[in-house]
Design a protein around this ligand. Structure first.
Ligand SMILES: CC(C)(COP(=O)(O)OP(=O)(O)OC[C@H]1O[C@@H](n2cnc3c(N)ncnc32)[C@H](O)[C@@H]1OP(=O)(O)O)[C@@H](O)C(=O)NCCC(=O)NCCS
Length: 147
């Protein structure tokens, strides 16, 4: 049900991104770049249900730490534990690649995502005022240390 994403999945990732208002919004080119042959510092996963992609996660490594760049689950499939499973699979993959920590930022008002991160024991590490635009909003940064 969870597998590595491929270049062929990009249209599905773009469609999910468009419908997830609070996700980070990337262009098709930015999603395609995740799968460029020399891109070794990325993890991209999709979660499927009966052959249909219901969500994705993209992360990149910054030395031994990983940044969770984006995660989105299709609207009708939310609140069924898919995000929890996808994030868990990513944390396992990052650990197996020697990660020492994972960090991320999220809109302050995005309580669904914040609860998801807290469920996996991410701890708040800071607040950046006016970090996001359209609409302007603060970012809350989270961090999970593996050590
Ligand atoms: C955030 C998101 C990925 C969560 O995915 P999901 O599959 O719905 O998450 P889960 O069903 O695994 O829920 C995990 C926990 O998050 C919390 N949660 C999820 N949706 C919630 C909601 N609407 N309200 C409050 N808490 C919520 C709950 O604590 C939940 O655990 P519980 O069901 O045991 O109480 C999903 O809401 C989404 O795609 N949002 C739009 C994109 C986005 O904002 N991405 C984050 C960018 S930083």
């Amino acid at each position: 049900m969870i597998r590595p994403a491929t270049l062929e999945d990009v249209p599905a990732l773009v469609a999910l991104d468009k419908h997830a208002v609070t996700a980070a919004h990337w262009s098709t080119e930015q999603y395609r770049a995740v799968f460029s042959p020399n891109e070794i510092s990325r993890i991209a996963l999709v979660i499927e249900d009966r052959g249909t992609i219901q969500g994705f996660l993209v992360a990149r490594s910054v030395a031994l730490e990983w940044e969770l760049e984006n995660i989105a689950i299709a609207g009708p499939a939310r609140r069924r534990g898919l995000g929890t499973r996808l994030l868990g699979e990513f944390l396992k993959a990052a650990r197996s690649r020697g990660a020492t920590a994972v960090f991320l930022e999220v809109r302050e008002s995005n309580s669904a995502a914040r609860r998801l991160y807290e469920k996996w024991a991410f701890a708040e590490s800071g607040r950046r005022a006016n970090y996001y635009l359209n609409p302007a909003e603060a970012a809350i940064t989270y961090r999970l240390d593996f050590s």
